[in-house]
Design a protein. Sequence first.
Length: 359
Amino acid sequence: MDQTTPHEEWVRDLLEDAVSDAAPEHGLDAIRARTASSSSRPRRRGWLWGAGSAVVATAATVAAVVTLGNGPSTNESGPAFSSGAASNHQGSGSAQSAAGSTRSGATAGSAQPSQGTGTPVATTAETVYYVGQTPHGPRLYRETHDVASTDTATIAVRGAVTGKAQDPDYTSPWPSGTQVDQVSASGSAITVALRSGGTSLTDRPAGMSSDEASLAIQQVVYTAQDALSSKAPVSFTVDGQPATRLLGMDVSGGVDRAPDTSTEALVWALSPAEGAQVHSPFTVTGLANAFEANVVWELKQGGQVVQQGHTTAQQAFLMSPYSFNVDAPPGDYTLVVHDSDASGQGHVTEDTKDITVLP
């Protein structure tokens, strides 16, 4: 029994009407004729149909009818796209401090991947101050450290107090266990929040001189002010309470930055840094407060001087930039930079860096 529905009958009639006029045998002759006439022309992608085009059109019509009969079609499983996946670029590399740049504040920055997430974390180069011995007593030296761009002042001061210097000649006189909770700036004041770590920070520790205590406080003042690009006085809290005495020194009302002539070492070698690997020739840059601006250098290997020379800083009797070039064969060296001995008594201030010259 014929169970054809009215809808199916309508589709069948439509097909019969569409192909009733088709004459395939004539279309085949036409195809052969056109193929022969076009054999000398470049081939193009596409299909040439004669009478068969009516069948294609009919198939399209049927497909449209069936689609309309079945309702709209949706694709729920198409490809998903992440808006940020294609632009998650990571930068790298560390910022270098130039001797001719400003002596305080951050220099260039970079982006480093955070641990565990792979998300780039911006970093900035901050100056961190440490204490080193000189013929004039303990003085401040500085290094450039890459720190996270978030809360840079806290991280920089924390590095200064804990004494984690790159150069083994540098140290921190702060009592072991001292911790830095926060460095903040509000209006015209900077506050450094310390924790004693079980050791009193009010009194001066045994064996620490007043000069060392004063320099330890200036070490924090210099680092905090440079990180915040501010010369505001620095106040301290210890274990959450405002401090009026710190390491036996009066800090009530805040501590100002002491003059660099009595606080900083007279010669700094800033680049290359301690442990750097360089290619020859390389450039040495730093700052010096030297008599007649005269800066002397030696390159040592195994305790022996293999090269030496001198240069001049931009100005005399104040911290100003200097630079010079060194051409040396591959190997491990100790670079020594110092001022001249104006007194004739061998009192020179030097800064040394262990470096490697690569092939």
